[in-house]
Design a protein around this ligand. Structure first.
Ligand SMILES: [Zn+2]
Length: 160
């Protein structure tokens, strides 16, 4: 086991340090850092294409969410993608957050975050907690999104 790891590492290392020619079409130009393609052809590598495709899919999902009406779109559809997974991760990692703060942290349009938050609420995965705070002589009220604890929802299911 250990020797096979070392073998793999050594061959990776040899690949990384040895001279390598661009594998795209009949280019053959030397590559940098042991990559399989030169800087002119790096965008034709399968890995690059996969990363680009994933980025485009995420962008398309964000645009779709930002334009979706959370009242008429099935909530399960709104929370099925990677954007909702990111929203859940932020709330899980930092505790309750306002939708605006989540949007800033994930660099997403507020409309996309609100669509996800409304859907999470409808599905019982999250709730809004209103908090009043006093700033100077003004009383403000803000809504924070909080995930409904799994144990909490299990206890409610048991009680029902
Ligand atoms: Zn090339």
């Amino acid at each position: 086991m250990r020797s096979s790891i070392r073998q793999a590492w050594t061959s990776l290392d040899a690949e990384a340090t040895g001279p390598r020619a661009c594998e795209v079409e009949a280019c053959g130009r030397p590559t940098r850092y042991g990559k399989a393609a030169c800087s002119d052809h790096v965008d034709q590598l399968p890995y690059y294409a996969a990363v680009l495709q994933a980025a485009r899919a995420y962008e398309a999902e964000v645009l779709w969410l930002a334009g979706a009406c959370p009242l008429t779109t099935p909530p399960a559809q709104l929370v099925a993608g990677l954007v909702a997974a990111d929203v859940r991760t932020v709330i899980r990692a930092h505790g309750c957050r306002t939708p605006a703060r989540i949007a800033v942290e994930l660099d997403l349009p507020i409309e996309a975050v609100l669509a996800v938050v409304v859907a999470l609420q409808v599905l019982g995965e999250a709730r809004l907690v209103r908090q009043r705070m006093v700033r100077g002589d003004r009383a403000l009220s803000r809504s924070f999104v909080e995930l409904v604890d799994d144990r909490e929802s299990a206890a409610r299911a048991d009680a029902a």
